[in-house]
Structures are given as structure tokens and as C-alpha cells.
Design a protein around this ligand. Structure first.
Ligand code: MTE
Length: 319
């Protein structure tokens, strides 16, 4: 089916936070580049019973250092309004994502490390210091939530990986299995989903690998069994269902940066005074209540992370 798209300047500011429209736009940009597309037909997939062997580990103890200035988002909202393009480029992928096979799950660690390794998810969970943290999450599309993640500091995983002194970046890559995740058949996207951080960002206290949410194992749609949480950055940095960790000297080409570098960059730090090319970032809509609240610099985490960017002022830190 051929589709026609109005030019970007046609969009009214008020349309910017209508995510379904936004996503259609994003898909259309790709579709125009790619030629005809078939729209995936909906179709309810049976929700699998909770079959996560890590369920016994939760709930984990809350780390009171990480508190919120706003109420927690309703669990149902946070687990049924998702971005997970591997399962569809719309928000209601929670049923389709039940096809994600979470066992066996192996994390491969390689690149500039003392010794490459592979570790099974349950062995990894047994080694890591699990705790709960209350974090904000700010999507680049201007919706936001506040959730209790369970998991462990990314630094603990970096320590386990033993990177060499020459490593400057860590890249995190999602699984690749188009038969299981039909979104990965959309050839105009550069699958698999890849994200990266500098070593200083990755070892900052706030960088967190989430393995659960609301005192339970991570639901598939939220990125089971391992997903990144970097709350001072736009949500597209928080890569889901991580299967590979790579340490390198070169900055990785990340997923959205490859799709549209003018709109989504490597750094992606939250800044209300730098608009997205097509909409304002001054405020955000809370999932569930639809309340609009002002967006804060670094999503309110400046005290913990602003120093990471000293001397990098020439970089596009906010896109
Ligand atoms: N990770 C993968 N593998 N695929 C995705 O499509 N979407 C990102 C991020 N991580 C995405 C991903 C975006 S745009 C956001 S806002 C968050 O996941 C959404 O996380 P949530 O669904 O748990 O709210």
C-alpha cells in the first residue's frame, strides 16, 4: 500500500505527543524510503502463563537512595503501553511480545575484555546485587512514567566483564530472531536494536540493568530478561532484552541514530529547552493520569550526571 505523508512542518505542536500519529509518521518516513509496505494484521495472541524461573527472586529490597517526586505510574499502564519495535511499531504490543522466548537466555560479553564470556541469565542473576529503585522514565515522544525497577547497577556487570583500559564505550544489543519477533522482518530498520554508553556513563551510579518491575520479574513487553534504565536520557536509550555486551574504542552506531540521525543521536540526554525537530520537549504527559508536567534538565538527575558531560559541550548532547 502506498502512503502519502504531509511535510514535517505541517504538524501542529499539539500533535507532537499523540504517539500513535507520531509512530505512524516515523514508520512513514521509513516506508517512503523503502517503498510499498504491508500493514501487519492485528490478531490476539494468547498470553502465556507466568513461566519465569526467576520469579522467586522478587520482590527485592528497595534502595531508598532513589526516590521520586511524583506518584508511581499504575502497573497496568506501564506494562500495556510500550515501545518494542521488534513486536510492532505501536503501543499495544504487550500480547504479541508474549512470544519472546526468555529461557534459555545467554548474555555474550566480548570486545575489549580480558576474556570473552557467555553467561546464562539465571547464573548472572545469582551473581548480581539485586535491588529496587524508583526511577522516572521520559520517552523522546514526550510521555513519561515513574516505576519501581528491580535489577542491578550496570557497573556490577561491567566489573564482571573486566573490560581492558582501552575500552571507551559499551554497546548493548537486543536478540535477533525475525521468526519470533516479526518486527525484525521490517528490512528498513537496522536490526538488531543497538544502544551504547561511554564507560563513564555505564559506570555512573544511576545506570541500571533492570530485570524486574513492580516487585516481579520483567514482563516480556518491558524487555525481559535484561533491559537498560538510564533515567537521565530519553527512553530509546534503554535497550530491551539485551543479549550481547561489547566493549570498544569506537563509538557504536546506535539503532535510532542510524534510522534518523537528525532526530535521535547517541547522547540523547533529556533537555526541555532543546526541542525535537518536530515538537517541543518542554513538558511530558504522565501515563495513566495524562497530567502534563514540566520536563526537567537531565530528567531531574543533573546532580548525579551533569559532570559526565564536562568538556563535551561541542557534542550534540541533547538529541
Ligand atoms: N528496546 C528494543 N529492543 N526495542 C525497542 O523498540 N524502544 C525504546 C526502549 N527500548 C525499544 C527498546 C523506547 S523508544 C522506549 S521509550 C522504551 O524502550 C520503552 O520502554 P517501556 O515499553 O518499558 O516503557
Amino acid at each position: 500500500m502506498w502512503v502519502h505523508r504531509r511535510p514535517g512542518w505541517y504538524l501542529k505542536e499539539s500533535a507532537a505527543t499523540d504517539e500513535s500519529a507520531y509512530l505512524n509518521r516515523r514508520e512513514l518516513v521509513a516506508a517512503i524510503a523503502a517503498g510499498p509496505i504491508l500493514l501487519a494484521s492485528g490478531g490476539a495472541l494468547a498470553q502465556r502463563a507466568t513461566d519465569d524461573p526467576s520469579a522467586k527472586l522478587y520482590p527485592v529490597k528497595r534502595n531508598e537512595k532513589f526516590t521520586l517526586d511524583r506518584p508511581l505510574t499504575d502497573e497496568k499502564e506501564a506494562t500495556t503501553y510500550n515501545n518494542f519495535y521488534e513486536f510492532g511499531s505501536h503501543k499495544t504490543i504487550s500480547k504479541a511480545a508474549q512470544d519472546l522466548k526468555i529461557r534459555p537466555w545467554t548474555l555474550s560479553i566480548g570486545g575489549l575484555v580480558e576474556k570473552p564470556m557467555q553467561i546464562g541469565i539465571d547464573e548472572l542473576l545469582a551473581k548480581m546485587p539485586l535491588e529496587e529503585r524508583l526511577y522516572r522514565h521520559r520517552c523522546v515522544e514526550a510521555w513519561a512514567m515513574a516505576v519501581p525497577w528491580s535489577g542491578f547497577p550496570l557497573k556490577a556487570l561491567v566489573d564482571l566483564a573486566k573490560p581492558l583500559g582501552s575500552a571507551k564505550y559499551v554497546t548493548m544489543t537486543t536478540f535477533m530472531d525475525p521468526a519470533m519477533a516479526p518486527g525484525q522482518k521490517q528490512f528498513w530498520y537496522p536490526w538488531p536494536y543497538v544502544e551504547g554508553l561511554t564507560m563513564a556513563e555505564a559506570t555512573n551510579d544511576l545506570a541500571f540493568i533492570a530485570t524486574g518491575i513492580y516487585g516481579k520479574p520483567m514482563p516480556r513487553q518491558n524487555g525481559a530478561p535484561l533491559r537498560l534504565a538510564t533515567p537521565w536520557k530519553y527512553g530509546f536509550k534503554s535497550v530491551k532484552s539485551i543479549a550481547k555486551l561489547d566493549f570498544s574504542e569506537q563509538r557504536p552506531a546506535t539503532f535510532w541514530e542510524t534510522v534518523q540521525a537528525s532526530e535521535y543521536g547517541f547522547w540523547a540526554n533529556v533537555n526541555p529547552s532543546i526541542p525535537h525537530p518536530r515538537w517541543s520537549q518542554e513538558s511530558e504527559r504522565m501515563l495513566g493520569t495524562n497530567e502534563r508536567v514540566p520536563t526537567k534538565l537531565f530528567n531531574g538527575y543533573g546532580e548525579q550526571v551533569a559532570d559526565l558531560y564536562k568538556g563535551l559541550e561541542k557534542e550534540r548532547l541533547w538529541a
